[in-house]
Write a protein that binds this ligand. Structure first.
Ligand SMILES: Cc1cc2nc3c(=O)[nH]c(=O)nc-3n(C[C@H](O)[C@H](O)[C@H](O)COP(=O)(O)OP(=O)(O)OC[C@H]3O[C@@H](n4cnc5c(N)ncnc54)[C@H](O)[C@@H]3O)c2cc1C
Length: 489
């Protein structure tokens, strides 16, 4: 049995950012299931949105975020995000983040949905790594932080309605750790789809564990699909940033014909690509960059250029086969503006949380910002928690083999609760999931998505129902909680 002051589960940007604050107040243990550097955060390419440009201000960033969210954003959460964003960038610079510059000013790029250039970026498209490097250096330098890599968080431990710790598995052995506050910073669950841009760690473990413990989750049907992801047999689903389309890259079918305006929103382009791909069994879709100046591709898109070369594709000469893929969870464990969940002692920040900043659709590059701003706020709030009385004996290890990743579940979710949804298919998906004889995090997450998507009889943001193609007149959220009926409020 272990004890610390604060538990942080996950070593992405949200977890590391919170740990830096928490270490000022006590001992922090970061549990992370792979090596410390493995996370979605590490793969982030485009950058971080923040209103710091000459022609920008927080009102513009606020308006763009609200517009992308298609009526479902929480206005107070968005205000916190855009107002505190510039401070977080300033802090990262002080902590040594090496962002790209133009002269003395930070270089800012523009992405779809943003009225002005406001994306801070670094290292030729490896922005996530730039941020992780800066945060990790600070975390590692603090003797109050203990890092437990290759340690799988399996369940939350509760005492009444208060979370008092976690169960974890390391080298095949289960153990418990108790603390006065626990932060879930476990990221999203896009691996629940067979086509996913996310690394293997993104299996929704925090979402499923929070559900098992009785926490309330919100808007789980809202999954953002990215339209341009490398689709080559044997290669990982590598994301081809939309900045390529910003530079004129075209999306074409196997006859070389364009069929969609490449600069539409992610969900619109994803649906168009998906429809082409499912129009014939052997249909193919390509991203064509061959007319974009080769020098620009090699320099500005160095990461995409070199990664594609590893798979035998020269993007200055070859068209790139693509598929849409699950990319980001807008919904998650519901929190207030300080990361507090519906369970005392349990906090959530980053992609696992539903703070309300993304609504029905995330504005590109707002998620790293959310992880920074709300990771910091959760850390600050956790410091206020009072001591707990840990039990004299360790709790019984949980019975489920929650870490199992079953390919069937991934195929079902892609097929029946993917980019284009309808009632009959969602019901079929649920029936197939109900027949599964396992108790895994992936299955819990898949069920939640199916159930919430079935309940939402409208199309809004990233959630598209072919049988209800228009948005409803009233705005509502979906809430899902163990042993309670799903609520639409
Ligand atoms: C390819 C790609 C490109 C992206 N580009 C951008 C971008 O340019 N801008 C932007 O804003 N967003 C981008 N995103 C989204 C963004 O990266 C994520 O939303 C964000 O990094 C989430 O941060 P996080 O700290 O919440 O979670 P993560 O960074 O995903 O970290 C989660 C951590 O939890 C750990 N973990 C999970 N389960 C367990 C468990 N059971 N036990 C122990 N540890 C566990 C993981 O190992 C990991 O360390 C991109 C995402 C991808 C996949």
């Amino acid at each position: 049995m272990h004890q610390t002051d604060y538990i942080v589960v996950g070593s992405g940007i949200a977890g590391l950012r919170a740990a830096i604050d928490l270490a000022e107040a006590g001992r922090v243990t970061i549990f992370t299931k792979a090596q410390i550097t493995e996370s979605n955060s590490m793969y982030a390419q485009g950058g971080i949105a923040a209103a710091i440009g000459q022609d920008d201000d927080v009102e513009k960033h606020y308006a763009d975020t609200i517009a992308a969210g298609a009526g479902l954003c929480d206005a107070a959460a968005v205000r916190v995000l855009v107002e505190e964003g510039p401070l977080e960038i300033e802090r990262l610079l002080q902590w040594g983040a090496d962002f790209e510059r133009e002269g003395n000013a930070l270089s800012l790029s523009r992405e779809g949905g943003h009225a002005v250039a406001r994306i801070v970026h670094g290292n030729g498209g490896l922005t996530g790594k730039v941020v992780i490097d800066a945060l990790l250096a600070r975390v590692r330098a603090n003797p109050n932080v203990h890092i437990a890599p290759f340690t799988f968080f399996s369940d939350l431990i509760t005492d009444g309605d208060r979370v008092i710790g976690i169960q974890f598995e390391h080298n095949g052995k289960f153990a418990s750790c108790y603390a006065k506050a626990t932060l879930l910073a476990t990221g999203g669950g896009s691996q629940v789809y067979s086509q996913s841009t996310n690394p293997e760690t993104a299996t929704g473990d925090g979402l499923a564990a929070a559900y098992r413990a009785g926490a309330e989750l919100r808007d789980m049907e809202f999954v953002q699909f990215h339209p341009t992801v490398l689709s080559l047999h044997g290669a990982p689903r590598f994301l081809l940033t939309e900045a390529l389309r910003g530079e004129g890259a075209r999306i074409v079918n196997d006859r070389g014909e364009r069929f969609v305006n490449e600069l539409l929103t992610r969900d619109e382009v994803s649906r168009a690509v998906f429809r082409q791909l499912t129009s014939r069994p052997d249909a193919k879709v390509f991203l064509d960059t061959t007319h974009v100046p080769a020098d620009l591709l090699r320099k500005k898109f160095r990461h995409v250029y070199t990664t594609s070369l590893n798979y035998g594709l020269d993007i200055t000469r070859d068209r790139i086969p693509i598929t849409p893929a699950a990319h980001y969870f807008m919904g998650g464990v519901q929190t207030d503006l300080s990361g507090r969940t519906s369970l005392r002692g349990l906090y959530a920040a980053g992609e696992v949380a539903s703070t309300g900043v993304h609504g029905a659709n995330r504005l590109a590059s707002n998620s790293l910002l959310e992880a920074l701003v709300f990771g910091g706020r959760a850390g600050a709030a956790m410091k206020e928690e009072s001591e707990i009385n840990p039990p004299l004996q360790s709790s019984e290890p949980s019975s489920g083999i929650f870490a199992t990743v079953n390919q069937n579940i991934r195929d079902i979710t892609w097929r029946y609760a993917g980019i284009v949804r309808k009632a009959r298919e969602l019901e079929t998906g649920l029936e197939l999931l109900d027949r599964m004889k396992e108790e895994s995090n992936l299955l819990t997450v898949a069920r939640m998505i199916h159930e919430c998507a079935l309940a939402r009889e409208e199309s809004r943001g990233a959630h598209y129902r072919e049988d209800f193609p228009a948005p409803a007149v009233t705005i509502f959220h979906s809430y899902i909680q163990k042993d309670r009926a799903l609520k639409l409020l």
